[in-house]
Ligand binder design. Structure first.
Ligand SMILES: [Zn+2]
Length: 398
């Protein structure tokens, strides 16, 4: 496997960085190809990113074959609609004036999974809508919904297709070679066109409530703030037009609109300091070490040595627990996950089964998730109607 042991700072190309945290995962084939990484801060510009990671090709293969985003949604949910409407309001306020109307733009959504935002715009009467995603199944689902869709990664875009507006929602935090990908975007964006980027907002990390180190997930390898994202984009001739932050307990999102002015005189503008983001991530790390100790204690007190258990969920939470936490000392008989890609795989000889296969087993079930915990418990009790004893690890705040 190609591995980038030393990743120069994607923003300033500086070589020296300081390690803030070492993330570790066990290796469940098909669930992740990442065995972990170092969360580092650039000594020069303060950008926060993951170092010692596989190359882009490994990521591309993973998103092509193991997409978690292939969930078919027949109807947009109320919460999706209100989120999309808020995002559309933000975009229109940034772009629309007497001469420019966003509705007339040629729009492309890259890494758009099943194209929910495009379907939302279509419902509003928008015409020129295009979706691009690496997963063949996602592309098929978009086409089923009459969205113009193409299968490609961000690095496989074709130059002859030009757009007025590119949307990248929750994409850049997954990209290894940011500079190459942004160069690709410039090939398909008309000069004066707009780029919408939304990424997790590292400045909000310190206030998030989730399972330990969830922000250092099996997919996220760049941790942006408004300043670092602007630093990166300015280098490529983009001007920040506007930004907004959507923050709740579970996630903090940074939405931005950049215009492609291709103004090279701005390339050498001074990089903006990112001290607040660094403080936020440091505080997040300290608090999550504490949280992880509490979770380990809880597992220790609720599950006896050698007691056979079932673990529900094989995401970031489980992968880290198996590498570093109390869970690695437990007598796990089975894993359960509703993701089809994970089922029929195994870890250390322990099979991963579907929820519907649980009927045959009476072991205690440990819910290895924060976000999904309460709905999983409901599902076990009300849908599967199982009587297994359930162990939860969190008091989920709503
Ligand atoms: Zn840097």
């Amino acid at each position: 496997m190609e591995r980038i042991e030393k990743r120069n700072c994607p923003i300033c190309d500086h070589y020296n960085n300081e390690i803030l945290f070492s993330q570790e995962f066990v290796d469940i084939k098909e669930v992740t190809f990442l065995r972990g990484y170092e969360v580092v801060v650039c000594n020069n510009c303060g950008f926060l990113y993951a170092d010692d990671i596989p190359g882009q090709k490994e990521f591309d293969l993973y998103y092509k074959n193991c997409s978690k985003y292939e969930v078919k949604a027949d109807e947009l949910t109320d919460s999706q609609i209100s989120r999309f409407q808020a995002s559309l309001n933000f975009i229109e306020e940034c772009i629309n004036n007497e001469e420019i109307n966003f509705e007339e733009f040629r729009i492309v959504d890259i890494g758009c999974a099943t194209g929910d935002f495009l379907r939302f715009l279509k419902g509003k009467g928008y015409q020129d809508l295009n979706g691009i995603d690496p997963s063949p199944l996602c592309v098929k689902l978009m086409k089923d919904n009459h969205i113009n869709a193409k299968q490609a990664t961000i690095n496989e875009l074709e130059e002859h297709e030009k757009y007025d507006f590119i949307r990248l929602n929750a994409v850049l935090e997954h990209v290894v070679d940011l500079n190459y990908s942004i160069t690709q975007l410039k090939k398909i964006l008309n000069k004066g066109g707009y780029l919408y980027l939304s990424v997790p907002n590292v400045q909000g990390f310190k206030e998030l409530v989730n399972c330990p180190f969830q922000e250092f997930s099996v997919e996220h390898i760049n941790y942006f703030s408004k300043n670092s994202l602007s630093n990166l984009m300015r280098k490529h001739g983009f001007t920040l037009i506007e930004y907004q932050i959507n923050h709740n307990k579970l996630y903090s999102e940074l939405e931005t609109i950049f215009r492609y002015d291709d103004d090279v005189t701005k390339n050498n503008e001074k990089i903006v300091d990112d001290q607040e983001a660094i403080e936020s991530i440091k505080e997040y790390i300290v608090r999550n070490y504490r949280l992880e100790r509490e979770v380990n204690e809880k597992i220790k007190s609720r599950i006896q040595e050698q007691e056979p258990i079932i673990v529900w969920g094989v995401g970031t939470h489980t992968l880290r627990q198996l590498a570093k936490g109390q869970l690695r000392k437990c007598n796990i008989k089975l894993f359960v996950d509703s993701n089809l890609h994970y089922q029929n795989k195994q870890y250390n000889g322990i099979p991963i089964i579907s929820p519907e296969q649980l009927y045959e087993y009476n072991y205690k079930i440990l819910i290895s998730s924060y976000y999904g915990q309460d709905s999983i418990v409901d599902y076990i009790n009300k849908v599967l109607k199982l009587n297994n004893e359930i162990v939860t690890l969190y008091n989920v705040e709503n």
